[in-house]
Every structure is written in C-alpha cells, then in structure tokens.
Design a protein around this ligand. Structure first.
Ligand code: DGT
Ligand code: CA
Ligand code: CA
Ligand code: ZN
Length: 575
C-alpha cells in the first residue's frame, strides 16, 4: 500500500512547514495524512481507476494535495517536499520523529545548541546541555532521552499495522504465480504480535525459480540480500526485511509451525517430541530410531501426534499454552464473528471524517447489531470536542436518525478524564448517554501516583462504563504514561468497570500482557475500533487478535453480548 508512505511524507511536510512558521497548511497536511492511513483501498488503485478526480473526492484531500499525491504515484517524488527539505539542515527533520520534540523545540535546539542530527542530540544529552537550556530543564532532557530510546527501537521493529497490508500485498502477488498451492505469512505476523522484526512468508510450490524471480522483482523491493533455491531475503522500500521460503507439500505443516514460532514455543515442542521418542524439525515429525515420517502436512496432525490440542498462533508465546493444550484447558478464543457491535467511533462532530449517518450505515454493512457514537468532550479543543450544547443537540439528532436504521445506535461520548480525575461533562449530561468512555488525553508526564489516583477517581464515577485506551501509548511513537495497572484493575473490578482494548494498530491498548493480567482481576473488556472514518471500523480486527493473544473468550468481551445483556453490563435500564 502506498497510503502509508504518502501519509508519512505529508506528516513530514507538515512538520517542516511548522518549523518554518507557516500557519494553517500543516493542519491540512496532517488531516490528509490521517485520511490516507485510514483508507482501506490503495490510493494507487483509486488513482488508476478514477484519475485525479477520484483522489480529490476523498474527504480531507483538496486539489493541491491531490496533485502532490498523483505526482508521487507517477514519479515517486513530491517536488514541494524536496524543496522544503532543502530549506532545513539535513538530519534536523529526523529530530521531529522523536517523541517530545515538536517543530518549535527542534528549532530552539538547532538555534541554541546547534543540534542538527540524532548524533548531536545524543551528545547534548550526555553533556547535560539540554537540562541547562532555558525552557527545557532536567525533566525535559529525560523525556527527550526516553523518546530517543523509543525512536531507535522503532527503527528495529515495524508496527503490525504497517506490516499487515504489505504482507497481504506480497501474498496476493505470490498466489497468482502458477503452481502455487499455499502462500502465507508465518513468524510474528501470523502470531499478530504488535511489532515485527522481519516478515516471514512461506510458499508451497514445485517451481522454485518462478517464485524467487517474482518475489525479488516486486516493485516494492529496494534491494536483494540473498536469492537462493529455497530461501530469499529482500529489503523492501519501507526498509522492512522480508524472507520467503519455498517448501514441499509434505512438510508444509511442520515448516509453518517451525517458522511461526515463537522460538520458546518451538523449543518446548521439540523437547516434548524427544520425550515421546520423536524428532521434530521444520521438515516434519520423525521417529527417532527408524527415521520414519510421522506427521508434518498440517499443523493439526503435528499437535495431535505430540499429544495435545491444536494451539492457535496468537497463543504461541510460551506463556503456558502448551501445558493447557496437553490438559485440554485451552481457552476457546474469541473470533471476529463473535463481535455484535462496536462501542467507540468518532464522527465529523469532533475529529472524525464521516457523518454519523455514514458511520452508522458502515457499521450496519459490517453486519453489526449496534454501534456507539462516541465523540470527544469539551476539553479536547484540538479534537474539536463537543460543548454541552452540542452534545445535547447530537443526542437529539441520533434519536431522530435511529428511526431510519435497524441497527441500534448507542449514544455515547469519549469523555476526558480531567487532571483531578473528574469527568469532562457534568452528571446531568452523562446521565443522558448510553455509554460513557473515560480517557486520559493530557498530562501524560505526570507521576505514577498522580496518574493512578486520577484514573481511580474516574473509575469511581458511577456514570463511567469503559476506561478508554488505558495506558495511552502509541506504538513506536509514545511510551505509555506511568500508571500502576494493578491498582487500576483492582479499582475497576470493585466498581464493575470495563477495560477497553483500543484496536487501532497504532495503539493496541490494552496490550496482550495487560489483557492477561486484567482478566485475572475478573474484568470484562470492550474491543473497540476507535474509528475516525468508515474505513477504520474494520480495524477492530486488530483488537480481536490482541484479545486472542490475551487468552480472551467471547464471554470476556461485552461486544459479543446481545443488546439486553449489554444494557445490564452498562447499568442502563434499557438500550
Ligand atoms: P520477529 O521477526 O522478531 O518479529 O519475530 P519472529 O518470531 O518472526 O522471529 P524470526 O523472524 O527470527 O523467526 C521466525 C520463526 O522461526 C520464529 O518465530 C521461530 C523460528 N526460529 C527462528 N530461529 C529459531 C531458532 O534458533 N530455533 C528455533 N527452534 N526456532 C527458530
Ligand atoms: Ca519474523
Ligand atoms: Ca525471519
Ligand atoms: Zn481517545
């Protein structure tokens, strides 16, 4: 998908414009970038099918940005971006990728300390120079150091949300090659791990050469690291390393199992195989004495011969799944088809790009029984949060709109949890809503004690139902705020509150390990898309896979409830 490449370019343009002190334009570029990230269709296809008019028809994309998009599709470059970059010292733009360095701060660091590269920044931190700079101080320096650390880690692991569309694209290319029987991702992608070191793809075919030729000449390949008969490795244009392996049909299950991992899961399986007198490898399960092939065509038969239940890829993290499989105690994992509705979606009323009606229709088209419209509350000025008068009008509008739809429209709000733990709307308003999601959107750097108390206070509010994206992290971009999750889960359990699994692949919050932990407190979960456009409703799938990584069953997740059950859970007499 070219969408993410373009979005990144537009974010960069916005940042540079801001550094150069240009007003308004950065906002337009960021809006366009967010829109591109949320499209489910490749922008290149949109352009090829409908020309520049079709590109311009996309919300938030006007004539001037549409021109830049088409220029990029045609030439791989945007003149405006090249011109802007030339105005900045090289390396300075890199600084902007670091959390807690915005364009204004980058400009000060450049002017006062001559910092114009990551290297300069590192040195300035070591020499304690930023701590001494007016307007910065020690705490700022520490935050920048933490951001730098995150930045360097993010270069090593891509986020799953970026990798999945690319994996699908490659699989589609390879599936079209004649003679291919299977083509599928393995490794961390098949386990739906939130970040990915490299992409592993397995293919079953007798014609190695055509596969390898096709794979190494895909347009998204930047360079070839190795091209062999059974394995090739390339670096893609977005710097993601990708391996492809061509396998024999007989060993597909064994290879799929081996290359799905993770390593610790594999090691435990191999030990069990040895205990049973077998030998397990990527070629199959063999009798150790006679060398006879026992199993390996499918993973199912492999697990069976090893004396255990089939283990879903998301569980293969050596967190006790093998013992559970042996003793028949594996959870019956939730699936996407268990989901009856989405409880968190934004519209044009705040920072979404679609109308209420468009969002509702899209949810209905997904086969949902309910959709909750939950725009931001008044304090969220940047996200055009709703004032009291507006939410009263929105409630009335939704009630009217309901008459046109079979799907139940729940009236909600994503209410800010203010710094003192109070919610951003008075009780008279909260009372009118079906669903209240409380989220922290400010003061991310406060102390652990303060943040924990803030959230616990909110959890004691009788109108709050769901704690939204409970740790506030943005994968590879912003660390979670400091918070004592055990205390939060304890308070949530006492007050019968629901934990959100925000499905946006930039968030995945709660994450898998925290889901596992929260479940031990007896908590229930809401898997929500947090969609800001109709396309993003589909991102709920990422949340379902996170939930599966957290061992959740349908019964743990309130989106699987019928409306009557949901009403009880949300403490509403009727919905
Ligand atoms: P990643 O790429 O860091 O996101 O994580 P994975 O899990 O995709 O790891 P990767 O790409 O290094 O290897 C793919 C799978 O191959 C891994 O999950 C398990 C298997 N594998 C790799 N190295 C070893 C090894 O030394 N021993 C065993 N038993 N399995 C291995
Ligand atoms: Ca991998
Ligand atoms: Ca690999
Ligand atoms: Zn939010």
């Amino acid at each position: 998908m070219m969408n993410f490449e373009l979005a990144e370019l537009f974010y960069n343009i916005a940042d540079i414009l801001e550094m150069l002190g240009v007003a308004w334009k950065p906002i337009a570029y960021r809006k366009a970038a967010r829109q591109l990230e949320s499209l489910s269709k490749d922008i290149k296809d949109i352009y090829e099918e409908g020309g520049i008019e079709a590109v311009q028809d996309i919300p938030s994309i006007g004539e001037s940005i549409a021109k830049k998009i088409t220029q990029y599709i045609e030439t791989g470059k945007i003149d405006e971006y090249e011109k802007l970059k030339a105005k900045l010292p090289e390396g300075l733009a890199k600084l902007l990728e670091i959390e807690s360095i915005g364009p204004k701060r980058a400009a000060i660091l450049y002017k006062k300390l001559k910092i114009e590269s990551i290297g300069d920044l590192k040195q300035a931190i070591t020499q304690n120079k930023i701590a001494k700079l007016a307007g910065f101080g020690l705490k700022s320096q520490q935050n920048i150091a933490a951001g730098l650390d995150l930045f360097q880690k993010s270069k090593e692991r891509a986020s799953l949300g970026e990798v999945i569309p690319i994996a699908n694209e490659i699989i589609n290319i390879l599936k079209k090659v004649p003679g291919v029987e299977h083509a599928m991702p393995a490794g961390s992608v098949r386990r739906w791990k939130e970040t990915v070191g490299d992409l592993d793809i397995l293919v079953v075919s007798k014609h190695h050469k055509i596969i390898m030729d096709k794979f190494t000449t895909m347009p998204i390949v930047q360079r070839i690291l190795a091209k062999g008969k059974t394995k090739s490795t390339v670096i893609l244009k977005n710097n993601l390393q990708t391996d492809v392996r061509v396998l024999e049909k007989r060993s597909f299950g064994a290879a799929l199992n081996y290359f799905t991992g993770n390593v610790d899961h594999n090691i435990t399986l191999r030990r069990i195989a040895i205990e049973k007198g077998y030998k397990l490898s990527e070629y199959g399960l063999f009798d150790r004495k006679t060398g006879k092939f026992i199993a390996g065509r499918t993973e199912e038969e492999l697990y069976k011969k090893l004396g255990m239940r089939y283990i879903e890829p998301e569980l293969r993290e050596n967190r006790g799944e093998i013992n559970a499989a042996i003793s028949n105690k594996l959870p019956k994992l939730i699936t996407l088809s268990d989901i009856r509705g989405d409880l968190h979606a934004h519209t044009k009323w705040s920072d979404g790009t679609n109308t209420i009606e468009q969002m509702v229709r899209a949810a209905q088209d997904l086969g949902y029984e309910f959709i909750c419209i939950s725009d931001h509350s008044q304090t969220q000025a940047i996200a055009r949060g709703l004032k009291i008068g507006q939410i009263i009008r929105q409630v009335a509008e939704i009630k009217k709109l309901q008459k046109k739809f079979k799907i139940k429209i729940l009236i909600g709000s994503e209410v800010d949890i203010l710094s003192n733990g109070e919610l951003d709307f008075p009780d008279e308003i909260l009372k009118k809503l079906d669903v209240v999601i409380g989220s922290v959107h400010s003061g991310f750097k406060s102390s652990k004690e303060k943040m924990t108390q803030r959230v616990i206070t909110a959890l004691q509010n009788k109108y709050l139902n769901i704690l939204g994206h409970p740790t506030g992290r943005l994968i590879n971009k912003r660390n979670p705020y400091e918070i004592d999750l055990k205390k939060v889960f304890d308070a949530a359990a006492q007050n019968k509150k629901i934990m959100e699994i925000d499905s946006h692949p930039a968030r995945l919050d709660l994450k898998d390990e925290h889901i596992l932990l929260a479940k031990q407190y007896g908590l229930k979960f809401a898997i929500n898309s947090d969609a800001h456009s109709v396309e993003q409703l589909k991102l709920l799938e990422f949340g379902v896979h996170s939930a599966r990584r957290g061992w959740l069953e349908a019964g743990d997740v309130i989106n699987t409830y019928k409306l009557s059950g949901l009403a009880k859970t949300l403490h509403r007499t009727k919905l």
